[in-house]
Design a protein around this ligand. Sequence first.
Ligand code: FRU
Length: 488
Amino acid sequence: MSTSKYRTIFEAKPGELEELKNKAKQDSWQPIYHIYPEYGLMNDPNGLIQLNGEYHVFYQWYPYGAIHGMKHWAHVKSKDLVNWERLPVAIAPTEKYESHGAYSGGAVVKDGKGLLYYTGNVKYEDGSRTANQCMAILHEDGTVEKYSQNPVVEGVPVGYTGHVRDPKVWKENDMYYMLLGAQRENETGTLIVYESTDALDWRFKGEVKTKLPDFGYMWECPDYFKLDGKDVFVFSPQGIQAEGHNFHNIYNVIYAVGTFNLDDLTFDMEYYREIDKGFDFYAPQTFEDEQGRRLMFSWIGNPDVEYPSDQYGWAHALTLPRELSLEGTELVQKPVSELTKLRDDAVHFRGRLTDEEVIIDEATNNAYEIDMSFTNIEASQVGFQLFNSKEETLTLVFDHEKEEVRVDRSHFKHQYATDYGVVRTEKWESASCVDVRIFVDKSILEVYINGGKTVFTSRIFPQKDSKSAVTVFAKGEANYQIAYYGLS
Ligand code: FRU
């Protein structure tokens, strides 16, 4: 029996999975209301789809510990985007065409079934690789079956390296389109498109002509959708240099807004921006639900980074589902309204701040939401301290002088990825008011500013026995109004 990291779940030793489960359970950093793996490592959300009312989320999963190894598709489903049920592993890479993992991809509904597209990753001994695009069928009863004629696209087109992956499929004008992240032979990243009349038989159509011909060495996890009258691409470029407020993580994610011509694949881009300004955000994917909402989940994590919780043999989580809209060319992200179901009774605070004020001594189970606004700001800085104990604190500051908002996680004992900095910032046009929505879930922080126009998603690993107080502060004066909810 192979013990290498390229082992499927069917090759587990007796008792091995139970042991992994028990070890991960010991970790009080595991979240309460985010999607996370019971054990092993999760990364990208995959195959997002709503079928007959039920939401299905799949994700990249390596069972045997907190490393990137043989990737499977794990599966959870929900009726309400709040309560999730774990289902048996959906895709295990047992076939030759996927010998080194069932990599990421998206889903499309066809004839009442979900078609799940993924990349069969194949590596060779000399270090080279190829990619096959594959399909599986999500049946109405929630079971998943690989397509008998896999792969649906064998190998990569001429002009590209073996890095071609992460199919996103959609239907338009009676045709199906498959968008893939790719690396050109000159080692620059790009997007390519296949087309099909039946979603089974695919023909290479060409490369998307963007205005970013030399933007990193590989583009992963592409997405494309129409939103509020515009065309939007989302992808995760690798190899972009940090600059100003932007691109500080090892790899980053952008959205690009413009007009896409499907006939000649020209994308007339008007604007692009990093989607999320936090420390831990990568490989998001969107889908349209049965109400017509454009929803997004993302991996809260980064590749090639070790995390403090790795010692417990599990890693990472997915963001809360976010509803997307456009205001002009700005992408707005709002946690879906269903999430208010998680709330316990509200506790309200309001007043005029002149210094700092501890509003919560010890946050409920360290799983809570804050929905608040600062108004009449006459202060050089206003903000929060979260995960606040004697020794540690996370600061969120709106800084008038620097015209920026900052998340500072430098004051924690458990540090990681510090080569990429311990502070994240975004431009903030100083104003007399700002509203903020904060979700904390054990070791996860999601901050939505001004209705979701700026979002920071990050992991924080407070010391295990520490308190988690919440403090608001103003250097100067400001009014504040807060609703605090324990979440369970
Ligand atoms: C992005 C990614 C994808 C790939 C998958 C493998 O995080 O590298 O490009 O399909 O993860 O797990």
